[in-house]
Design a protein around this ligand. Structure first.
Ligand code: NAD
Ligand code: DAU
Length: 351
């Protein structure tokens, strides 16, 4: 049976990979991509599927309750995969309210509209894409599981934790069929160059300093974005209603080790002598409230749904670097305009 699915935030990094995957894997369904096109949303990310007959873009803001309610009433979606969010921790430290508006209020607006559709469509699904940052921080050992208690430390993770709680509450209170996944750090193509990996690729390419926060000892668990998109697809179609699934690459890297690996790949690709890019490393003041370590136990997803990552980190990183080097025009476009103004305001010309 053909279904109409709303994907929010489909013009962003993970959203665009997920839209592409969904269109390819489920050609009988229709996708509506709702996105505000903030600095992080870019329709160039989807230009290869733009003319697909089963795909439509809607420009809109999830914080606008009246607009959301009208859109749902008119379109009668069969399900929602909700990715739209303010996603960058550093920005949340500068402007927490924007994160409350989009990540909390925006999510509740979608839940209210979904609740109405569920009244006449018992097969309706609301899938909420969330982050491992809701669990807080780990010490040297252990991993986050689905039963780890929430302990968010940044305004970003507090807003995502709040949205997760609302999704759960709508399931418990109104019976809305929901699914939640909490994922670790993603990397890959079309990633806005404010996050560690794309920022550093762009800076190395342009011989700019690489601002490592603190001593570079914090640890992140990296997952290739296409493997995340595959996991969302699997959970949306086969995961159990009312459940949470953790998604991670079992791939922990200390920031400084990752930066050195990246510098080595870039030296090779750019024909620079070994060690040249590492000279750009510059230790800067640590991020406020910087979580020390994230590590995800994806055992439930692997055992129940048979998911596993498809690439090693070295393969994924190599593919990612190649994409950025081959897509200078994309980088040029996203690093002009609003992005540039923001960074000039925060860091001057340096970053
Ligand atoms: P992103 O910042 O690249 O994209 C977010 C998208 O949401 C953009 O297209 C933006 O225009 C859109 N958007 C923002 N505010 C909106 C609003 N008010 N109304 C409509 N659209 C709006 O983010 P991403 O990295 O692709 O993350 C997608 C989701 O996955 C987020 O919910 C994020 O919390 C979660 N997540 C991200 C990661 C990661 O490593 N990037 C890891 C785990 C979970
Ligand atoms: O864990 C999932 C989360 O991963 C997602 O929910 C977020 O949306 C996503 O942005 C990401 O959050 P992080 O804060 O971990 O990612 P970021 O790329 O900003 O930083 C990764 C690590 O690198 C972190 O320890 C901070 C450090 N860092 C980051 C930047 C941008 C630096 O040392 N220098 C930098 O310039």
């Amino acid at each position: 049976m053909s279904r109409k699915i709303l994907i929010t935030g489909g013009a962003g990094f993970i959203g665009s990979h997920f839209v592409r995957r969904f269109i390819t894997e489920h050609p009988g369904d229709t996708i509506v991509n709702l996105d505000k096109l903030t600095y992080a949303g870019n329709l160039e990310n989807l230009k290869d599927i733009d003319h697909n007959k089963n795909y439509r873009f809607v420009h809109g803001d999830i914080t606008d309750a009246a607009f959301i309610s009208k859109l749902f009433a008119e379109e009668k979606f069969d399900g929602v995969v909700h990715l739209a969010a303010e996603s960058h921790v550093d920005r949340s430290i500068t402007n927490p309210l924007e994160f409350v508006m989009t990540n909390v209020i925006g999510t509740v607006n979608l839940l209210n509209a979904a609740k109405e559709l569920y009244k006449t469509n018992p097969d309706f699904i609301f899938y909420h894409v969330s982050t491992d940052e809701v669990y807080g921080t780990l010490g040297d050992s252990g991993k986050f599981t689905e039963s780890t208690s929430y302990s968010p430390n940044s305004p970003y993770s507090a807003s995502k934790a709040s949205s997760d709680h609302f999704v759960r509450a709508y399931h418990e209170t109104y019976g809305l069929p929901v699914k939640i996944s909490n994922c670790s750090n993603n990397y890959g193509s079309h990633h806005f160059p404010e996050k560690l990996i794309p920022l550093f690729i762009n800076n190395i390419k342009n011989n700019r300093p690489l601002p490592v926060y603190g001593k570079g000892e914090n640890v992140r668990d990296w997952l290739f974005v296409e493997d995340h998109a595959k996991a969302i697809d699997l959970i949306f179609h086969e995961g159990k209603v009312g459940e949470t699934y953790n998604i991670g690459g079992n791939n922990e890297w200390k920031n400084l080790d990752l930066v050195k690996l990246l510098c080595g790949i870039m030296d090779r690709k750019l024909g620079r002598s070994s060690g040249e890019s590492e000279k750009l490393i510059s230790y800067v003041t640590d991020r406020a409230g910087h979580d020390f370590r994230y590590a995800i136990d994806s055992g439930k997803l692997m055992q129940e749904l048979g998911w596993k990552p498809s690439v090693t980190f070295e393969e994924g990183l190599e593919k990612t670097v190649d994409w950025y080097l081959e897509n200078s025009e994309w980088l040029e476009h996203v690093t002009s305009g609003a992005y540039k103004d923001y960074y000039q305001e925060m860091y001057g010309e340096g970053k």
